[in-house]
Write a protein that binds this ligand. Sequence first.
Ligand code: SAM
Length: 381
Amino acid sequence: MEALVEQVRVLAKNGDETVRKSILDSLQSLRNSIETPDDTVQRFTFYNLQLAALRVGVDLKLFNFFADTEEPLTVVELSEKTKADKIFLGRILRYLASFGAIKETNKDTFTSTNITRTFSSSSFQAAICHYFDTMGPSIQKLPEFLKENHYKDPENSANTALQKAFNTDQPAFFWLQTQPEKMGFFQEYLTTNRTGRPTFLDVYPFLERATGLSPERVLFVDVGGGFGQQAIAFREKYPQLEGRVIVQDLAPTLAHALKHPKVGTSEQDFFQPQTIKGAKFYYLRNIFHDWPDDKAKIILKNTVDALADDSLILIDDMVLPNVGVHWQAAQLDILMMTTLAARERTQDQWYQLLENAGLKVNSITTYTSSLKDSILEVVPI
Ligand SMILES: C[S@@+](CC[C@H](N)C(=O)[O-])C[C@H]1O[C@@H](n2cnc3c(N)ncnc32)[C@H](O)[C@@H]1O
């Protein structure tokens, strides 16, 4: 058995991302196929308890204490560091070890695993807090919300399970701005979300497409660009391309934008007419998946109205296959439904949305294997 596990480990280590993902998927279907009904029930019904235990681990900084040393730590040592009760701590550590978040090496003694190291990073801790504090209560309300709404596909961003969970009538992004701690977790998580994965810069042929530039013309507008990571990465990859690079977003988000000497910022509500006219590239990453089709069409129209003849709209979002969506993509789609009445769109749904907005797709280039993150180059019909 050990030898077999080692063989699979080596295969995953030596394979590329597609091989590694396909091994993970095979392991999942292997587990599903050999579970008894009891195993299955124990596994599915305790998922939210795992996240709660990780949340406690973050609060007590357990993952940081483990990551700070190569040596195993005892319950007594951790009790001194955290000021938590020894008996309680022993129980929570045992539970965290039971699903691999840490490893038990001896009686009342634990050490780190690769999962501990992942959760010692502040942005992944922020992910735990975001998914537990904001998404958790919303997910809990999803079945009741759907039942009350007669299982209609949610379309109103001010009426989702999130509003029900937090007793608000504001859409998630506006509501989040009134919740500094939750907003902080979300923003911190976003800053490194997708770190290490390929990006649009690895696949889109900017040098080939960047014609008609001049120092006066805006080169690249990152619409709803958040803190500006993509715009900065673009500017740094292509310093030779003439023209300004600008990040647009709402003022509260821009207040946290990263500073870069060659990237400007400009306040823009994308539901209002686009104020930067005739730029070469209008780039929108992870914007449309936040909004239902009627809202997405307004954003598209505001962008189209600002285009010059040779401008290009670049949409960076997931393009799901019409059949055989990976579980990681499918779960994100349901999350979008839960908090934003939004969706991850299939290829057919993208074509439909864009055609309805008077646009045609020049190309779709997919750059991640399971989520199918893709860059769509789009122009008016
Ligand atoms: C999912 S984030 C994507 C951010 C960035 N494009 C990225 O990929 O990292 C959505 C962004 O849309 C911004 N946003 C939400 N409503 C907006 C509006 N009405 N006008 C402009 N930006 C908005 C949010 O502040 C947030 O930065």
